[in-house]
Ligand binder design. Sequence first.
Ligand code: F6R
Length: 639
Amino acid sequence: MSCHPKNYTNLVSDYRDKSSSAAKIFRRGENMCGIVGYIGSKNATDILLEGLGKLEYRGYDSAGIAVIKDNSIQVEKRKGRLAVLKESLEDNHVEGNVGIGHTRWATHGEPSDVNSHPHLNNEHTVAVVHNGIIENYLSLRQELTEKGYTFKSETDTEVLPFLIDYYYEGDLVEAVKKTISRLEGAYALGIIHKHHPDMLIAVRKDSPLVIGVGEGENFIASDIPAILNYTRQVYLIDNNEMAVLTNDSVEIMKTDGTKVDKEIYNVEWDVEAAEKGGYAHFMLKEIHEQPKAVKDTLSPRVDKDGMVNIKDLKLDEDYIKRINKVYMVACGTAYHAGLIGKAFIEKYANIPVVADIASEFRYANPFIDENTLMIVVSQSGETADTLAALRLAKEKGAKVLAVTNVVGSSIARESDYVFYTWAGPEIAVASTKAYTTQIIGLALISLDMALKRGTIDEIKVKEIVGQIWKLSDKIEMILNREEEIKDMANEIHTSEDIFYIGRGLDYYLALEGSLKLKEISYIHSEAMAAGELKHGTLALIDKKTPVIAIATQDSLYDKMLSNIKEVKARGAYVIGVAKETNKEIEEIVDKVIYIPEVMDELATPIAVVPLQMLAYYVALNRGCDIDKPRNLAKSVTVE
Ligand code: F6R
C-alpha cells in the first residue's frame, strides 16, 4: 500500500531525484519560515493572510505583512501565531494591492515583534521578507552601521533592506542584483519598494520559492499550498534566479541578469497533501527530514579541520572542570535521547550522570550544589515538568544547559546555556527528528566537555566527529529500505502486545521504539533490558508474540544473541536490528533490519529510524490518526 496520496506519487519520486526542479522545491521544504507575496487588484492583506495560514506548518513563532498603500508601506508584525497578527490587524487596518508576508521560525534573535519580518530600511521605502540564513550578516551589519544605518532587530535579515536602500539609485532591480552579489548563505526573498508599487521582486538561493501566475495578478510563495486557492499555474524558481512580477507579467532572470525561459508547471494535487511535501503524514515527512536535520544541527558546530566547535554555548571552562555530577532531565522521547547523552558524557567527559524523568525528579530529593550541571532536553522548550525541574535545580545552585529545538522558548530563556537543535518545526505529535538531533547535540556537548576536562584528545574527537558527519548518509540508506519495513509492519500490526529488548544503548533505544509504537498505534508495548527478561517478563512471551530485538552494540552482541534465543525458545516472532557486518543474527531471528556499520555509541540515531518507520506503518495499517494520536498533545504545558 502506498502512503503517498495518489497525485503525489510522481512528485515524491521526483523529489528523490535531486535533478528535477520540483524536487528542489520540496527537498528544501525543510528549510523553515514561510514567505508569500501578492500583486494584483485584490486586497493583498487577505491573500497574504490566507497564504501564511497555509505556511504556518513551516514556522509559527511570529508573523507579519507589509503592503503598499498610497505611496507608503504599511506594516504589521507580531510575535506569536498567525492568529495574533490577524487580531491586531482588526484594529490596525492594512490594505493595498501589493504586499509581502512572512511566518517565522526563529534562528537569529528570539521571537519578538521587532525580530519579526518584514524588515524595512530606516526610511520605510523598502520591505523584505526572507526565508533562509545570511551567513555573512555580521560583517554586512558592521559595514552598514559604519555607513550610518541603525539596526533595530537581532536578525540576519535586516541587512537586506539596508543594502537595497544603499544600492538604490532609482532602479530597484539593479539595487536587488547588487545586494544579492554581497550575500553568502541561503535565501528566498520577497521585496517591495514604495516608489515601485507596480512591482514585486522575488529571489531564490537554496531556499524554496515558487511563482504563481494568475489573471491580472501574480503571487510568490515558499510552497505551493499558499497560493493554490488562486492558481494552479506555477513557475518553480531555481537557485540564483530572480523574478520581477507586475499585475500582468512575470519576468524571470538569473541573478546576473540573463533572461530565463521557464516552463509553467501545472499543479494537480490538493492543498492538504501539498503541505506535507507529498507525504501522507507529517510524521513520515519528519522521519524523512532526519538526514537534513542532523546535518543542519551538526554543520555549524564543526570547524573546517573537523574539530567540534560549540563556543557559542559559552560553557565556562573552569566550571566544566569543576563539575562532579550531571543531572540529565527530560520527558518521553527527549528523556530517551538524554539517556544516550548520559552514556556519552560518562564515557568521554568522565562525569557521573543521573538521568531522570522530569516529573519524578521534581519530587525526589536531588543532590544538587554549585558543582552540579543540569542538562534539560526538550523539543518544544515548554514542557511544564521539565521547566519546573530546571527551576528547582537553579534554586539549589546548579547551572542549567538546555538542548531544545525552539528558539526563545521558556526553557531556552531560563537556562544558563542553550544548545539549539536545528531540526525545524516538528508538527507530528510523535517526536522523530527532534530525537536524532538531540542525540547529535548531546554527543557534541560531551566532546566539548571532555576536551575542556582533558579526558579526550583532539585526534579522538576528530574521529568521532568524522563518524557523526556520516550519520546523515547512513540514515538516508535506511530510509531507502522503507519497503522492507512495510512488510514487517504487515506481519505484526494485528498483535496485542509487542516487546522491545536490548542491552546498553540498545535498551535505551528499545524504550524509544516501544514508546513510538504505543503512542501512534495504540498497541500495548513494553521495552525491557534483555538481561532482565528472565526475572519476570519472559512469562509474557508466548507463541508468535512479536519481539523487536535490538543488537547494534558490538560489545554486547553475543549476550544479546543469547537473549534472543531465550525468546525464540518460547515461540516469539523476532525482528532483529543489527549492524550489517553482524550476520549471525540471521540464523536465529525471523526477520532482520540491518543498519550500516558505525561505532557503537552512534548506532542509536541510525537504528531509531527503522523503529520509527515500523511504528508508523503498523499504525497506518491499523488506520490510526498518526499525526494526532488520541489523548496526546504536542506540547505538554501542564503538570
Ligand atoms: C513522544 C513525544 C513525547 C515528548 C515529551 C517531551 O513522541 O513526543 O514523549 O518527547 O512530551 O516533550 P518536549 O521534548 O517538547 O519537552
